[in-house]
Structure formats: C-alpha cells, structure tokens
Design a protein around this ligand. Structure first.
Ligand code: FES
Length: 107
C-alpha cells in the first residue's frame, strides 16, 4: 500500500492509498483525478495517463520502458524530464508518499 498524491496544474491535490500491484492510472481514474483519462485501459497505446513524477521521487520510480518512451513523444502537454505514463507505474510500498504532477493538457 502506498499513499499517492496527484497535483493538478491548477494546484488541486488528490490523495489515495493504492494497493500494491495496482497501476497509478487506474487509481487516478478511480479517484477522479482531473486530466487522467486512461483511454486505452492501460495497454500502452493512448498516452492519456501522462504524469510528471516529482523530481524528489524520480529515481525511486524509475524511467520509462522502450515502448513507453516512444508513446511519451505523443502526449498533449510537452514531455518533461520526469514524464511517465501512469499506467506503467505500479504501486509498491517504496512509493509511499509519491507525488505526481498532472500536466495542464494530459490528452
Ligand atoms: S492508459 Fe493508455 S497509455 Fe496509459
């Protein structure tokens, strides 16, 4: 279980405890986080789950895989150094306290 915080572009915060093994796109849509759509259901084909990992957490979260890297070039808001597709981030205890920023235009 990990407590995850999403911060939207207008400064609103949403928090949720996310079970280990769940991806953070599903958690965000369950919590109705604005800007996280998850159109493809997490099969890595839409890029509507774009988030920017807070710099303090980037190393612990890790970088994108090869296919995710390609898809990150198609996001509506420009890709940033710590951009990830949140369907590819899996909750685990080490991510307790993680902060994710939701871009102005996620899709
Ligand atoms: S939900 Fe479609 S790429 Fe993440």
């Amino acid at each position: 279980m990990a407590m995850i915080t999403w911060i939207t572009d207008d400064g609103r915060h949403r928090q949720a405890e996310v079970n280990d093994g769940s991806n953070l796109m599903l958690a965000a849509t369950f919590e109705d986080v604005p800007g996280i759509d998850g159109d493809c259901g997490g099969c890595l084909s839409c890029a509507t789950c774009h988030v920017v990992v807070d710099a303090a957490w980037a190393e612990r979260v890790g970088g994108p895989g090869d296919h995710e890297t390609v898809l990150l070039d198609t996001t509506a808001s420009p890709r940033q150094p710590h951009s990830r597709l949140s369907c590819q981030i899996i909750s685990r205890p080490e991510l307790d306290g993680l902060v994710l920023h939701v871009p102005a235009e996620a899709w």
